[in-house]
Design a protein. Structure first.
Lengths: 505, 343, 356
C-alpha cells in the first residue's frame, strides 16, 4: 500500500556511532506526504540521533537520505530548512519578549518607507494563524500566551518561513494540558490535510493512537519495526519499546528469591495521599526495610516525580509522608540526607556529578553537606572514604584526585552511588542508575542494589528497562500518566502483566 | 479584533516612572514657587542633555542583554581629545566633532567585536574599556584644557527661546533628536527588533536567522557613538575638557535606564522611558537644591533606592509571570485517565 | 630526573603558575629598565624600596582580591566593594573625629593625638557596618534571586551616598596616630598592613580549606543543581561569600583611610571593584565560577600593583597608567578565552597548511 510517489522521505541504513555507544545501527525510516508518523522509543533508543541526522546536526557514518526522490546530504540545520525540513523543539526557540506577530514574521517583516510596517505585519501574522484556526491577538507578547500557543507560533514560523514539506515535532505536548493538546492536534490535522508530512515524537501512548497514522519504533539504536497505528495493539507497542536485554545475572535473581521482608514489621517509609499538583497524583506507598521496590512506567509517567517528592527536591502540596513512624515535615535534600534518604537523580550530568571536582570531592559531597560547614572531614579521612568506595564499587579512575568529568558514564554513576552510600542511608532511591552505561557496569549496579537490600536497606529502583526492574525488585509499582495505577508482587510480577497494566487493557 | 482601551502591561514600568516624575514635579511646584517657572523645567533638560544622550545609547545595549560601563570614561576621553585637538593641534571644531564621533563609534565597535567574537562577558570588556578610555584621557592631558574655538563657543551659548523668556540650549535639541532616532531604530527597524530578540533569548534569535553577531557589534558601536556625542555636549557645556569629567557617570546612566523601565537582564524596555529615568534623576537633584536642607548626597541614596525598587519589582514580576505561563511540569492528559482505574 | 619533571608539570598545571609568570615578566622589565628597583634599604629600622612599596600599596587590593575570589567562584560578582570601603572609612573616621572636620583643621591645637572613640570600637564598628553591607548583597543575591551584578550595583550607586551621609559630605581628617599604624605603621621593620593581609589570607585559607566551605563554594559555582541534590545549602553559601567580601572591603577601607589619614566619601576606594575583579581574573579563577585559588588571586593583585608602581617609576602619570593596565588585562583575559585561542589556533593552523 506504500505508493512510492506518496513517499517524500526515505532514510536507509543509517548508522551513527559515538565514542562507546552505537547510537544508530542500520536504521531505515520513511515518511509519506500528508501523514503523521510517530517515532517511538525509550531513552537511548536513538530517536534524537535519528532526528539530528535528518536535520543536519549530526552526520551519519553510513546510510542514504532520499528526499523527494533525490539523494541528499543534509549539511547543517540551515541546510535542512532550505530542503524543507523544519523542526519545532520542546523548548520553544522563540523570543518571549517579542509580540506573537514579530515572532512569526521577524526576518521577513514587511517594510514601508524604510520602516517596519507593523499594521501589515500584524495582519499577515493573523492571517497565517487563522489559516490554522488559531484566533489570538498577535500584538501581545508571546510570553503572555500559554505554551500551546507559543508552540503553534513556532510551528507557523517554521512552516511559513521555508514552506516546509516535513515538520518534526519533538515532544511538543509534554508541557500541554488536555485542552491545549487538542488545540495542537487540530493544527496538526489541518497541516496534514494540506499535505505536510509530520514526524511526531512523544512519550504519551494515547496521543500516538489519537493522532498518528504510522509508528516507527526504535530500541537501543536499532529499528524494531514500522507499523500502521490501527493495526498495532498498545500492548505490542509497549513491549516493542521496552524489549528485553539478556544479561547473565543469575546471581541477582537467586539472591532475590531468598529475600522477603518481615511482613509483621512496620513500613520504613510510608506515604499517604502524597501528591503534587501537575507533577504526580496523590499516591499511597509502603516501603519496607530489606526490599527493593521497582517503578515501572514509561518516561513521563511520574516515576521521577515520585522520587523527587520522597527525597524533598519537590515539595508535596497534599498528603503525608512518614519515615520510621515519624512524620516528615521538612522537605529538602539536606533534611532527607539527615533522615537517611538518598537519591541518585535521573539526569546524571545536570543534577548528579559536579564535573570539575575530583572523584574524592564528589564522593564526600553529600556526607560533608550533612555534617555542615565546620565539621570538616580531614583530607586523610576523605581519601579513606573515597578509596574505600573506589575499591568497593570498582570505580575505574587513575586516582581519587581525577576530575570526575574525565570518567566514563558508568564510573560517574558509580561515583554518585558512592556519594550516597557514604551517607549510610536507610532508603536509597535510584532513578535510572543504569542509563547510558555499558552492560558490565549495569550488572554491577544491579548486584549492588540487591546486596544493599540484603543488608537491610530499602531501595527504590527506577528504570525504563522492565527486565532490569523485574530482576532486582520484590515489588513493582506501575505508573502511567502521572498516576500510580498498580502495585504488583509475587506471581503477578512479570512483563506481561506490567505491560498490560501500562497499556490499560 | 475588538479594541478596548486598556493599559498594556508592558508599559506599566515606564508609566510608573512618568507618573513618578509628574507627581514629584507637581509636589515640588506646590512646595517651592521657584519650580513653577518654566525655565526650571527646561533646565532639567539643559543640565541633563548629555546624560540623556549617553543613557539612550546605553538603553539599547541593555535591551540587547549587554552592558556598557565605559560610558563615563568615553565622555571624559572625548572632552579631552576634542579640547586637545582644537586648542593644542589647532583643528577646527567642524573637523573635530565628526572625528570624535567616529572615534566613539570605533571604540564601541572594538569592544562589541571582542564581546562577540571572543565571547568575553560584556561587563569585563567594557570595564577594561572604561579603564582604557580614562587612562588615555590623562595621556593626552593631565590638566583641564579650556576650549576657545569660536564656533564651539557660539554653539555653547546659543539659546533657543520657547515660551516667553524661557529657553533651551542646542544640546537639548541634539539630545531629543538622538532620542527620536533611537526610538525609530528600536521600534521600526529590523536592527531594533533584533536587539530586542537578542535580549529576550540570544540563542533563539540566532535560530530565527537574525544576524546576532553584526547587531551586537553595531549596538556597542552606537553606544560608543552616543557616549562620544555626550562627551562633546558635556565639553561644549563647560567649554573645557578633562579626564576627571563624568566620573561614575556610567552608574547614573544605568540607574536612569533601569528607572526608565528597562529590564537589566535585557529584552524588555523602551528608549522613551529612559528620558523619564533621566528626568527623575534630574528632578531629585532639583528638589534637593530647592529644599536647601537636604544634602546633595541624598541624590545618590534616593537613586540607589529607586533602582533597587525597580529591580526588585521587575524581578518579582518576571518570576511571577514565569510561574503563570512558563515551563510547567508535564500535565497528564485527562482523556487517558478514564482508560484504567487505579490499582 | 623524571620526578623533577613531574614536579615541574604539576607546578605548571597549578593555578598560580601563569600569574607568577606575569609577575616575573614585570619584575624582569623592572630589572632591565628601572634603576634601583630591587634595592632594599633599612631606614630608621624600617624596610624601604620599590618591592616593599608594591606590597604595602597593594595591601588593600590583595585583601579585596581574597574576598572577591570567593564571590566569583560562586559565579557571582561584587561591584560594591569600592563603595563599601568608603563606608567603612567614613564610619571609622567619624568615630575618631566626630566634629566633622573643619573646626579641627582650623585650630592648630587640636592637631594632636585625640580620638572620640576607643580604637578597638572604631575598628569593630567600621567592620561591622561593612559586613552588614555584605549581608545585604548576599540577601539580595541568595534570597532575592537577583543577578549578582544587578544586586551589587545598587549598593555601588547608593553606597557612596551613604558614606557621604555619614561624613556629612566632608573630607574627614584624623589626627590620631595609633590609627595611622593600620596603613602606615611598621612592625618589626615590615609594613603593618602586610600583617593584616597575612591575617586575612590565613583566615580565608583556614575558612575555605580547613572547613567544608571551600569545597561547597566550588561545587555551587560549578553546578548549583547537583550541589542542591547533594544537600549543599547553596543559598547560605552565597550569603556567606558576599558577607565575607563586605568584611574584606571594610578592612581595605580602613587601610586606605589610615594611609591617607582621612576619609573622602567620593574618592576612597575608587576603582577598587575593577582592580579586585581583574586581580581575580589574572589569578585564573573563571568568571563562570568553580575552582579558585586565593594565592593566585593575591599574586594577581600584586601583578596589578606592580604594573602600577612600575608605570609610576618610569614616569607614567598615575591616572594615565590605567590605560596600560586595561590593555594588559584585556590581553590576559583574551589569553584565557578559549574562543580567542581557537581563533588564533585556526589562523596559525591555516598558515601552517599553506606552508606545507
Amino acid at each position: 500500500m506504500a505508493d512510492s510517489d506518496q513517499v517524500i522521505l526515505t532514510m536507509t541504513g543509517i548508522s551513527r556511532a559515538f565514542p562507546g555507544v552505537q547510537a544508530l545501527q542500520d536504521v531505515d525510516f520513511n515518511l509519506r506526504r500528508g501523514e503523521i508518523h510517530a517515532l517511538m522509543g525509550e531513552n537511548g533508543a536513538g530517536k534524537s540521533t535519528l532526528i539530528k541526522v535528518l536535520t543536519g546536526v549530526e552526520h551519519p557514518d553510513s546510510g542514504v537520505i532520499t528526499l523527494d526522490g533525490k539523494v541528499v546530504q543534509v549539511k547543517s540545520p540551515q541546510h535542512a530548512q532550505e530542503l524543507g525540513i523544519s523542526t519545532v523543539y520542546q523548548e520553544i526557540n522563540l523570543c518571549p519578549n517579542l509580540t506573537v506577530a514579530e515572532n512569526i514574521m521577524i526576518g521577513r517583516e514587511p517594510h514601508r518607507a524604510g520602516r517596519i510596517d507593523w499594521k501589515a505585519m500584524n495582519r499577515q501574522a493573523r492571517e497565517i494563524l487563522l489559516r490554522l484556526d488559531v484566533d489570538i491577538d498577535v500584538t501581545q507578547t508571546l510570553g503572555s500566551y500559554s505554551v500551546a500557543i507559543q508552540q503553534m507560533a513556532a510551528i507557523v514560523r517554521a512552516l511559513d518561513i521555508t514552506s516546509a514539506k516535513i515538520l518534526i515535532l519533538d515532544e511538543p505536548t509534554s508541557s500541554l494540558d488536555a485542552y491545549e493538546t487538542d488545540q495542537l492536534f487540530q493544527v496538526m490535522r489541518k497541516l496534514k490535510s494540506q499535505g505536510t508530512a509530520i514526524i511526531f515524537i512523544t512519550h504519551f501512548i494515547d496521543q500516538v493512537y489519537e493522532i498518528s497514522d504510522r509508528i516507527t519504533v526504535l530500541r537501543n539504536g536499532k529499528l524494531v519495526g514500522v507499523y500502521d497505528t490501527d493495526a498495532l495493539p498498545q500492548l505490542e507497542l509497549i513491549s516493542n519499546m521496552l524489549g528485553r536485554i539478556v544479561v547473565d545475572l543469575d546471581d541477582v535473581s537467586r539472591h532475590k528469591a531468598a529475600r522477603a521482608h518481615d511482613a509483621s514489621a512496620d513500613p520504613l517509609m510510608q506515604a499517604r495521599g502524597l501528591g503534587s499538583t501537575g507533577a504526580i497524583d496523590p499516591f499511597d506507598l509502603d516501603l519496607y526495610a530489606g526490599e527493593v521496590m521497582g517503578f515501572a512506567g514509561l518516561l513521563g509517567s511520574g516515576r521521577t516525580e515520585i522520587a523527587n517528592l520522597l527525597f524533598g527536591v519537590d515539595k508535596p502540596d497534599q498528603g503525608t509522608l512518614t519515615l520510621g513512624g515519624q512524620p516528615v515535615r521538612k522537605f529538602s535534600p539536606l533534611a532527607s540526607i539527615e533522615r537517611g534518604v538518598a537519591l541518585s537523580p535521573e539526569d546524571r550530568k545536570a543534577a548528579g556529578i559536579v564535573d570539575d571536582l575530583s572523584v574524592r570531592e564528589n564522593i564526600v559531597l553529600a556526607i560533608q553537606a550533612s555534617r555542615g560547614w565546620f565539621r570538616y572531614l580531614s583530607s586523610a579521612k576523605q581519601s579513606e572514604i573515597a578509596d574505600k568506595y573506589i575499591k568497593l564499587l570498582n570505580i575505574v579512575t587513575p586516582s581519587a584526585e581525577q576530575p570526575v568529568k574525565n570518567l566514563s558514564g558508568g564510573n560517574q554513576q558509580k561515583v554518585i552511588l558512592a556519594r550516597w552510600l557514604a551517607t549510610n542511608p536507610q532508603v536509597l532511591i535510584l532513578d535510572e542508575p543504569t542509563r547510558g552505561i555499558d552492560v558490565g557496569a549495569k550488572a554491577e549496579i544491579q548486584k549492588l542494589v540487591v546486596a544493599l537490600a540484603d543488608e537491610g536497606k530499602a531501595c527504590i529502583f527506577i528504570s525504563s528497562e522492565l527486565e532490569e526492574v523485574l530482576r532486582c525488585s520484590n515489588k513493582v509499582v506501575v505508573l502511567r500518566d502521572q498516576e500510580k495505577i498498580s502495585e504488583l508482587s509475587g506471581d503477578e510480577m512479570n512483563e506481561d502483566v506490567i505491560m498490560r497494566t501500562i497499556a490499560g487493557s | 479584533m475588538t479594541r478596548t482601551f486598556k493599559i498594556d502591561r508592558k508599559f506599566v514600568p515606564m508609566l510608573a516612572t512618568i507618573g513618578l516624575f509628574a507627581a514629584g514635579y507637581l509636589l515640588g511646584a506646590i512646595q517651592y514657587p521657584g519650580m513653577r517657572s518654566p525655565q526650571t523645567f527646561f533646565n532639567l533638560f539643559i543640565d541633563n542633555a548629555f546624560l540623556l544622550i549617553a543613557s539612550t545609547g546605553l538603553t539599547l545595549v541593555i535591551i540587547s542583554g549587554g552592558i556598557d560601563l565605559s560610558v563615563g570614561a568615553v565622555i571624559a576621553l572625548t572632552s579631552v581629545a576634542a579640547a586637545h585637538l582644537m586648542e593644542k593641534v589647532g583643528l577646527s571644531s567642524l573637523l573635530v566633532i565628526p572625528l570624535m564621533l567616529l572615534m566613539g563609534a570605533a571604540f564601541g565597535g572594538l569592544m562589541g567585536g571582542i564581546i562577540h567574537y571572543f565571547k568575553v562577558q560584556p561587563f569585563i570588556v567594557t570595564l577594561a574599556g572604561m579603564f582604557f578610555a580614562r587612562g588615555m584621557s590623562f595621556f593626552i592631558s593631565l590638566d583641564a584644557i579650556t576650549i576657545t574655538d569660536p564656533f564651539y563657543r557660539t554653539l555653547s551659548l546659543a539659546r533657543i527661546h520657547l515660551i516667553g523668556k524661557s529657553f533651551v540650549s542646542v544640546h537639548v535639541i541634539v539630545a531629543l533628536v538622538v532620542l527620536a532616532v533611537a526610538m525609530y531604530l528600536a521600534h521600526l527597524t529590523r536592527f531594533g527588533r533584533t536587539i530586542y530578540a537578542m535580549g529576550g533569548n540570544e540563542q533563539s534569535a540566532r535560530l530565527m536567522g537574525l544576524n546576532v553577531g553584526r547587531t551586537k557589534v553595531q549596538v556597542y558601536m552606537l553606544s560608543g557613538f552616543c557616549s562620544a556625542l555626550a562627551g562633546l555636549v558635556f565639553s561644549n557645556n563647560l567649554l573645557s575638557g578633562h579626564g576627571l569629567y563624568a566620573n561614575g557617570l556610567e552608574m547614573e546612566a544605568i540607574a536612569a535606564v533601569i528607572i526608565g523601565g528597562t529590564l537589566l537582564t535585557g529584552g524588555v524596555g523602551y528608549v522613551f522611558g529612559t528620558l523619564f529615568g533621566v528626568l527623575v534623576n534630574g528632578l531629585i537633584q532639583v528638589l534637593i537644591i530647592f529644599n536647601g536642607e537636604l544634602s546633595s548626597w541624598w541624590t545618590r541614596i534616593v537613586i540607589g533606592l529607586l533602582t533597587l525598587v525597580f529591580i526588585v519589582v521587575q524581578s518579582a514580576f518576571s518570576s511571577w509571570k514565569k510561574r503563570q505561563t512558563g515551563i510547567r511540569p508535564a500535565r497528564k492528559k485527562a482523556a487517558s485517565a478514564a482508560d484504567t482505574s487505579p490499582g | 630526573m623524571a620526578q623533577s619533571n613531574s614536579l615541574w608539570n604539576r607546578f605548571k598545571a597549578n593555578q598560580v603558575f601563569w600569574p607568577l609568570v606575569a609577575l616575573g615578566l614585570i619584575m624582569l622589565f623592572n630589572a632591565l629598565f628601572t634603576p634601583n628597583f630591587f634595592r632594599l634599604e633599612i631606614k630608621e629600622g624600617h624596610l624601604f624600596g620599590s618591592l616593599i612599596d608594591i606590597l604595602n600599596r597593594g595591601a588593600p587590593l590583595m585583601i579585596l582580591a581574597v574576598g572577591m575570589t570567593m564571590v566569583i567562584a560562586t559565579e557571582g560578582v561584587d561591584l560594591s566593594v569600592g563603595a563599601v570601603a568608603a563606608i567603612s572609612a567614613a564610619v571609622a573616621t567619624v568615630l575618631i573625629n566626630p566634629a566633622l572636620g573643619q573646626q579641627l583643621i582650623a585650630s592648630d591645637k587640636l592637631v594632636e593625638n585625640v580620638t572620640a572613640t576607643p580604637l578597638p570600637v572604631v575598628i569593630l564598628a567600621a567592620l561591622f557596618v561593612a559586613t552588614l553591607c555584605g549581608v545585604w548583597n548576599g540577601m539580595l543575591v541568595s534570597r532575592g534571586n537577583i543577578q549578582p551584578m544587578v544586586a551589587t550595583l545598587v549598593l555601588m550607586v547608593a553606597g557612596r551616598g551613604i558614606a557621604q551621609l555619614i561624613t556629612g559630605g566632608q573630607i574627614i581628617t584624623v589626627y590620631y596616630t595609633p590609627y595611622f599604624v593600620i596603613g602606615n605603621g611598621y612592625l618589626a621593620g615590615v609594613p603593618f598592613a602586610l600583617f593584616i593581609v597575612a591575617g586575612v589570607s590565613l583566615a580565608a585559607w583556614l575558612l575555605t580549606r580547613k572547613t567544608a566551605i571551600g569545597m561547597f563554594v566550588e561545587s555551587v559555582g560549578i553546578n548549583v543543581r547537583s550541589s542542591f541534590y547533594s544537600g549543599v545549602n547553596e543559598k547560605n553559601i552565597k550569603l556567606l561569600v558576599y558577607t565575607f567580601c563586605g568584611f574584606c572591603a571594610g578592612i581595605a577601607g580602613l587601610i586606605v583611610s589610615s594611609n591617607v589619614k582621612s576619609a573622602d566619601a567620593n574618592n576612597a576606594g575608587l576603582g577598587f571593584e575593577l582592580d579586585a575583579i581583574l586581580a581575580v581574573v589574572i589569578g585564573g579563577t573563571l568568571m563562570t565560577g568553580g575552582r579558585f585559588s586565593l594565592l593566585a588571586s593575591i599574586i594577581g593583585a600584586l601583578v596589578i600593583q606592580s604594573m602600577t608602581t612600575t608605570m609610576y617609576a618610569i614616569g607614567v602619570p598615575a591616572m594615565a597608567a590605567q590605560a596600560v593596565k586595561a590593555v594588559v588585562v584585556m590581553a590576559v583575559i583574551l589569553l584565557y578565552s578559549e574562543q580567542f585561542r581557537s581563533v588564533v589556533g585556526r589562523v596559525f593552523g591555516r598558515r601552517k597548511e599553506v606552508r606545507s
